[in-house]
Write a protein that binds this ligand. Structure first.
Ligand SMILES: Nc1ncnc2c1ncn2[C@@H]1O[C@H](COP(=O)(O)OP(=O)(O)OP(=O)(O)O)[C@@H](O)[C@H]1O
Ligand SMILES: [Mg+2]
Length: 622
């Protein structure tokens, strides 16, 4: 229950709407209660006229007019309530979804290392749907139900008190039995959700990498795996539903017995003359109305169990600790009445005027552009980097060389503040990364990632991702320098070509050149190239390399390359071995030692099979 209240607090701005729904539904219940009273009047009038002399039309018509008025009011109010309910649910869904996304965007990289994308999406979907459904039915039903119950109890008590006593027993009894039922039900629901999340997670992953699935001919196995999760869910549902319905038999059975007693009383007292025929008609209608709240209670308890289970996993995410100094800041509710900032398809329309500029880091002349100071780091138990110390002078080009898995990308992750070092300090512009707003750190570093990591959308959107609102000319200039302009110009839609999910419609080398153009446009003082040219052929690589040279000219760069030719053009090479810095020196200096770089040069010169194989471990070519 707590979690539902918390969800309501998260969407505090909906309170007026919520109250509006409650008020209309109370009025609906009130008008509904008038109907049995009017039928009683009609029955008594009809009985009197049948027994008496002749038909008097007027009073009967007036009662019918009364019924019409009550029903019209009821219809009007229901529709108003429906409108309020629809818009409130959607707003609630928008607010909760936005806050969830907002939260996720601010979570540390580490969180995403352990979560499947599909699971995250599934969880969002389920918890929010269930919560909004519950709140909608709660606001639509709870208060009217309460009013109906109270009114029926009072009226029944007025006519004959034992009726009220019997009715009075029904509600707590039913609610108590429902609570008993729901505890076990909820545990099983949790088990089901785990399976559904796993299925959803794998589903999204497999569809996202459908090419791999197809090429390894694993479609059947993926499907089997998916089916297994659902099979378990079905088995759990059998157990869950059996339990629920067995208990329901007990619950509703006992209610039936109590209503049996009520009906006997009403029939006998009418036959005995204590109740008029009109009284009986009204009481029977009221009893029918009293049954609905009983069912409604159980439905609400049921829906609230769903909602509680759903919101719990929602709040598990909301309670995760955000990245310290997260660029996205505090979780906020969206302004749902503002003008949309994107086109109808979601294409981002840059609003340069209102874009908040990132406060640029000040780089003073002689402080190192970035610096690792006795940094140690491991993702889990085993260390990946140990006691790394080096500083990059402004304008310097540094190359990192290690075996595959040696920690080069990890070093970049630390520089970007994606992870915090276990020991030591990473500084950018002379300031500890752990003390800077992350947007400043990341704003100062342009990265071409090891995998191109593009987004669906147009080429233009992708190139300008780091600088929305950049002019067309500036964008084309970046593409030209990344040697991407020619191939883009040949596409039917040129810069407006849609590239598919993660850029699936482009070749590896094309993606990489877009990623280079994207980093060029960001124009950050520090440049990181994590195997930026790895999927280019030698000719394109030379062309992109020319662009990169230009890009590196007036900035500090960290280059992770797999071609010795690229590495040989840097100022300093740092080699890593077993997580430690092995050697530091200019290409010429290192060529003269017996370290990794010298070994690589020798291996490259050699043509033996063994040496080639050894070279492969470094993923290095000539
Ligand atoms: N997110 C992660 N969680 C846990 N371990 C990780 C994670 N990322 C990398 N590792 C591990 O850390 C080590 C260093 O990985 P890293 O990606 O830094 O290597 P690399 O030098 O960039 O290798 P390559 O040349 O193949 O790109 C590897 O053993 C890898 O398994
Ligand atoms: Mg790497």
């Amino acid at each position: 229950m707590e979690s539902i209240l918390r969800a309501l607090r998260e969407a505090r701005e909906l309170t007026p709407r919520y109250i509006g729904i409650v008020v209309t539904s109370v009025l609906i219940a009130a008008t509904a209660l008038l109907t049995p009273y009017l039928t009683k009047l009609a029955t008594d009038e009809v009985v009197a006229q049948v027994g008496g002399a002749g038909t008097r039309v007027a009073p009967l018509v007036w009662i019918a007019v009364g019924l019409l008025a009550v029903e019209l009011a009821n219809t009007l109010l229901s529709n108003m309530g429906g409108y309020l309910g629809d818009t409130m649910s959607m707003r609630l869904r928008a607010i909760l979804s936005s806050r969830y996304y907002n939260k996720l965007l601010g979570l540390p990289q580490r969180y995403f290392d352990t979560q499947l994308t599909g699971t995250i999406i599934n969880r969002l979907h389920r918890s929010i749907i269930e919560l909004t459904q519950f709140l909608a039915s709660f606001s639509n039903n709870f208060f009217p139900t309460l009013i109906t119950v109270v009114a029926v109890l009072i009226i029944a008590g007025f006519y004959y008190w034992p009726l009220a006593v019997l009715l009075f027993i029904v509600y707590p009894l039913f609610t108590w039995l429902t609570m008993l039922t729901s505890r076990r039900w909820q545990r099983l629901e949790g088990e089901k959700n785990v399976q559904l999340d796993l299925a959803g997670g794998r589903f999204a992953e497999a569809i996202g990498q459908i090419r791999v699935v197809k090429s390894f001919v694993r479609e059947r196995d993926e499907l089997t795996r998916f089916d297994d999760h659902y099979r378990r869910t079905v088995a759990t549902t059998h157990e869950q539903s059996r339990w629920w319905h067995l208990m329901d038999l007990a619950r509703r059975g006992s209610i039936n017995v109590i209503f049996f007693a009520i009906y006997v009383i009403i029939f006998l007292r009418t036959a005995g003359g204590e109740f008029t025929l009109g009284d009986m008609v009204m009481l029977l209608q009221l009893m029918a109305m009293a049954r609905t709240p009983v069912m409604m209670m159980s439905y609400l308890v049921d829906a609230s169990q769903h909602a509680i289970a759903g919101t719990r996993s929602y709040f598990e995410v909301m309670d995760e600790l955000p990245e310290p100094r997260a660029a996205i800041g505090e979780v906020r509710s969206p302004d749902l009445d503002a003008e949309p900032a994107t086109g109808p398809t979601g294409a981002f329309v840059a609003d340069v005027a209102s874009a908040r500029p990132i406060a640029a880091l000040a780089f003073s002349g002689s402080t190192p552009a970035f610096e690792f100071d006795h940094v140690s780091f491991g993702y889990g138990d085993h260390d990946v980097l140990r006691d790394i110390t080096f500083a990059a002078a402004p304008g310097e080009r540094i190359a990192l060389v290690s075996e595959s898995g040696g920690g080069k990308t990890t070093l970049v992750n630390l520089l970007l503040g994606l992870y915090e070092p276990d020991a030591g300090t990473v500084r950018v512009g002379g300031v500890d990364v752990a003390a800077l707003p992350l947007e400043q750190v990341r704003g100062a570093v342009g990265v071409v990632f090891q995998d191109a990591s593009l987004f669906s959308g147009t080429i233009a959107e992708n190139i300008t991702y780091g600088r929305p609102g950049a002019s067309h000319d500036v964008m084309i200039e970046a593409a030209r320098r990344a040697n991407a302009h020619d191939f883009i110009a040949r596409l039917a839609d040129s810069y407006d070509a849609e590239i598919g999910e993660r850029g699936i419609k482009l070749s590896g080398g094309q993606k990489q050149r877009i990623a280079v153009a994207r980093a060029m446009l960001k124009d950050a003082p520090i440049l990181v190239l994590d195997e930026a040219t790895s999927s280019l052929d030698s000719r394109s690589e030379r062309l992109v390399q020319a662009g990169l040279e230009e890009l590196m000219a007036d900035r500090t760069s960290l280059v992770i390359a797999h071609r010795l030719s690229t590495i040989s053009a840097v100022d300093r090479i740092i080699t890593l071995r077993d997580g430690r810095i092995d050697e530091v020196g200019s290409p010429d200096e290192l060529a003269a030692t017996d370290g990794i770089y010298a070994e690589l040069l020798a291996l490259q010169a050699s043509n033996t099979k063994r040496d080639r194989k050894r070279l492969q471990r470094y993923d290095i070519t000539g």
